[in-house]
Design a protein around this ligand. Structure first.
Ligand code: SAH
Length: 575
C-alpha cells in the first residue's frame, strides 16, 4: 500500500518538468537511435529549463579517445497503422500445402493449428528469441555484406544511439558516476548491469569513461550483461574483452575478463539469473531493451447483457485496494490474437498499409478473440490505470485498444528490488544503486495502442511477414514502469520520463561533442567533423526526423523523499 511519502514521490516523478517540456508526442516508428560520449566540459547550462545545473570539475575535465562515429541511420518515415481486425477467425486450410515466407512462419502456423490463434506476446517471443529461427537468436542469414548476421548498422536492419555517437555512452557512464558520488562513493560492491547490450558499444563507451574516475573504477566488482543472442554475446565479448579472450561457462552463464582493468564480465540470458545481493550497489542500464519485450494487445468490445461471457471473476494479487469507478457492464476486454492470413491473400485483400507493401504478403494477421482469454480476463484488470478505461463514456471506451507488456512488470520489479530492496527477496539495510532506462514511448502517461512495428533493412515492414527476419518492437509504457517500480519496493523513487533531448543536453552533450569537434578539426578532418556534428544533433533533435523527443529517459534511484533529483532529470551533481 502507498504511504503518503510514496504518493509524494510519485507526484514528484510525474511532474518534475514544466508542462512545456512534457511530451505529448505523436510517436514515430523508430527502432532505435542514439549514441553518446563522455563528459568533459567546464560547466553545463540547462538548455530548456530554468533549473540551474553544474557538473563538478572532476566530471568535466576528463577526456576520452575518439571513437569512429557511425552515421545516423536512415529515417523511417511511415506512421504506424493499426492492423486489420476481423471478428471471427478460421483455420481450415491445409498448412502443408502453403508456402510460408520463413521456416519459423511454418513452425508458428503449425503451433496455431494445434492450439488455435496465439497471443501477440507468444508470436513476438517466437519471432525474436525462438531457439530456432528467432531474430536475435540466429535467424538472420549470413551474407557477404553481413557475415556476422549482425542486425545493427548499414548492412543490418537498424542503428541505435550508441552506434551513432560515442557521446551517448559516455554521458550514460557519467550519469552513473554522478549517482555513485551522490550515494556516498561506495568503495566496494559496485556492479554494472546492462539489459540487451547489442554489440556492446554502449557498455564499452561507459566502461572507458568510468575508467577515468579511479574511485568508481576501483569499486566496480563485476559487469553483468543480460543477452539472449549467442551471436551478440560473442560480439560483446570481442569488443569488451578482446579477440583472444574466451567465454568460459559459469554458474549463471558465461564469463570473461574485460580489457578495462580486468574486471569480470558475466553473461546471463535472464535478469533473474543475476545474483541479488543486498550488500551490492547495482547500476543498471537498459537502452532499447524494453521495446523488444513481447506485448499483449486488447480491445474493448460491447457484449450483449445476456452474453455467456461474464466479466472477469479473477481477483489478482496485484489488484490495488483503490476502489475502481463504476464500469460499463456491457464492455469487455477481448484479446487480439495472431492467426494465419487466409490462403491466397494479397496486400490489397489484407489492407496492408501502403508503406509496408515492400515486404512479402503477411503470413499472419491480428484477429479479435470471439471470447475472453485468460490474459484478457487478467491483464486489463490488473491495475487501476487500465481499469479506468472501462468507465469512460461508452463512445470513448468502445473499441479502445491497449498494449500490455507483462515482461515490463517483471523486469521493473526485479530492478526495483535490487535498488530499493524487498523485505524477503532482497532485505537491504539501505537502498543503493540506480537504473537508467532509455527507450521510445509516450511520456504523457498514455497507454500505448497499436504500436507494434516491423523493421527490416532500415524500412518499415509488416510485423507479420517473414517472421524471424524482421525486427519487432513496440512503444514502451513508461508510466507502467513508474507505477510498477513504486509498487515493487518502498526503497525507490522514480524520475522521468524526460525527453532524450532534455536528458542529454542536461548531461552536457553539446559541450562534450564540441570538444570532439575541436579535436577532429585540429586533425584537419572536415568530413569527420561534419559526421560528429550531425550525429549528436540527431540524438537531441526534437523535430520529426530526430530522436530528441520520441526517445525518453527514466531513472529509478534510492528513495530520498523526492529531495534529490538525479543529474539529467533536473538535479545537480552532489560532490
Ligand atoms: N542496447 C543495444 C541493443 C538494442 S537491441 C543498443 O542500444 O545498441 C535489443 C537487445 O536486446 C539485443 O542485444 C537483443 O539481443 C537483446 N534482447 C532482446 N530480447 C531479449 C530478451 N528477452 N532477453 C535478453 N536479451 C534480449
Amino acid at each position: 500500500m502507498r504511504t503518503a511519502s510514496r504518493v509524494l514521490k510519485s507526484a514528484h516523478s510525474a511532474r518534475q518538468l514544466p508542462a512545456s517540456l512534457t511530451p505529448r508526442s505523436s510517436l514515430r516508428p523508430f527502432r532505435s537511435l542514439s549514441g553518446l560520449a563522455h563528459s568533459s566540459r567546464p560547466s553545463i547550462r540547462p538548455c530548456t529549463t530554468p533549473i540551474a545545473l553544474t557538473l563538478p570539475r572532476q566530471l568535466l575535465s576528463t577526456t576520452s579517445p575518439l571513437r569512429n562515429e557511425s552515421k545516423p541511420k536512415e529515417e523511417l518515415k511511415d506512421e504506424p497503422k493499426q492492423e486489420e481486425i476481423e471478428l471471427e477467425y478460421e483455420i481450415d486450410e491445409d498448412l502443408s500445402e502453403r508456402k510460408w515466407s520463413t521456416p519459423l512462419a511454418k513452425t508458428i502456423a503449425e503451433a496455431i493449428e494445434v492450439t488455435g490463434p496465439i497471443p501477440l506476446a507468444s508470436y513476438m517471443r517466437m519471432c525474436l528469441t525462438a531457439d530456432l529461427g528467432g531474430y536475435y537468436t540466429g535467424a538472420l542469414p549470413a551474407s557477404e555484406a553481413n557475415p556476422e548476421r549482425d542486425p545493427f548498422g548499414a548492412a543490418g536492419d537498424f542503428v541505435t544511439s550508441p552506434e551513432i555517437s560515442q557521446v551517448f555512452g559516455e554521458l550514460c557512464g557519467v550519469w552513473f558516476v554522478a549517482e555513485w558520488m551522490a550515494q556516498g562513493r561506495p568503495a566496494t560492491g559496485v556492479e554494472l548491469m546492462e539489459l540487451g547490450p547489442g554489440r556492446g558499444t554502449l557498455m564499452d563507451d561507459m566502461l572507458r569513461t568510468m575508467q577515468r574516475f579511479p574511485g568508481i573504477a576501483k569499486a566496480l566488482e563485476r559487469v553483468y550483461l543480460v543477452e539472449a543472442s549467442p551471436q551478440l554475446r560473442q560480439a560483446q565479448k570481442r569488443l569488451l574483452c578482446g579477440d583472444e579472450a574466451v567465454l568460459e561457462g559459469c554458474e549463471v552463464g558465461w564469463k570473461s575478463r574485460s580489457k578495462y582493468g580486468g574486471v569480470e564480465i558475466v553473461w546471463t540470458e535472464s535478469i533473474r539469473a543475476v545474483p541479488m545481493d543486498p550488500s551490492k550497489t547495482p547500476f543498471i542500464i537498459a537502452h532499447e531493451f524494453f521495446d523488444a519485450l513481447p506485448i499483449h494487445a486488447f480491445q474493448l468490445v460491447s457484449v450483449p447483457a445476456s452474453s455467456d461471457a461474464k466479466p472477469s471473476p479473477i481477483i489478482t494479487s496485484v489488484s490495488s485496494p483503490t476502489p475502481s469507478p463504476p464500469q460499463n457492464p456491457n464492455l469487455q476486454w477481448r484479446e487480439l490474437l495472431v492467426s494465419p492470413t487466409p490462403p491466397g491473400s494479397t496486400h490489397a485483400s489484407l489492407n496492408t498499409p501502403l508503406s509496408e507493401r515492400s515486404s512479402p504478403v503477411p503470413d499472419f494477421q491480428l484477429t479479435l478473440s470471439p471470447s475472453p482469454t485468460k490474459h484478457s480476463l487478467y491483464l486489463p484488470d490488473s491495475t487501476p490505470r487500465y481499469r479506468r478505461l472501462k468507465s469512460l463514456p461508452p463512445q470513448q471506451a468502445l473499441n479502445a485498444t491497449i498494449e500490455i507488456c507483462p515482461d515490463l512488470f517483471s523486469h521493473t520489479t526485479n530492478i526495483a528490488h535490487r535498488i530499493g530492496g524487498h523485505p524477503t527477496l532482497n532485505p537491504k539495510p539501505h537502498p543503493s544503486g540506480a537504473a537508467l532506462i532509455l527507450d521510445y514511448g509516450p511520456g504523457d502517461g498514455s497507454i500505448p495502442t497499436s504500436t507494434l512495428r516491423g523493421i527490416r533493412r532500415h524500412r518499415r515492414v509488416s510485423p507479420f511477414s517473414e517472421p524471424g527476419l524482421v525486427d519487432l518492437s513496440a512503444d514502451v509504457d513508461f508510466q507502467a514502469i513508474v507505477d510498477t517500480a513504486l509498487d515493487a519496493s518502498e526503497g525507490v523513487e522514480v524520475h522521468g520520463p524526460v525527453e532524450q533531448a532534455f536528458f542529454l543536453r542536461a548531461m552536457g552533450i553539446a559541450e562534450r561533442a564540441g570538444e570532439i569537434v575541436k579535436k577532429v578539426e585540429a586533425m584537419g578532418d572536415q568530413k569527420k567533423k561534419g559526421d560528429v556534428e550531425r550525429a549528436w544533433q540527431r540524438l537531441v533533435d526534437r523535430g520529426p526526423g530526430g530522436m530528441g523527443r520520441v526517445y525518453k529517459a527514466l531513472a529509478i534511484v534510492p528513495e530520498a523523499g523526492g529531495r534529490r533529483r538525479p543529474v539529467g532529470f533536473g538535479g545537480d551533481v552532489v560532490v
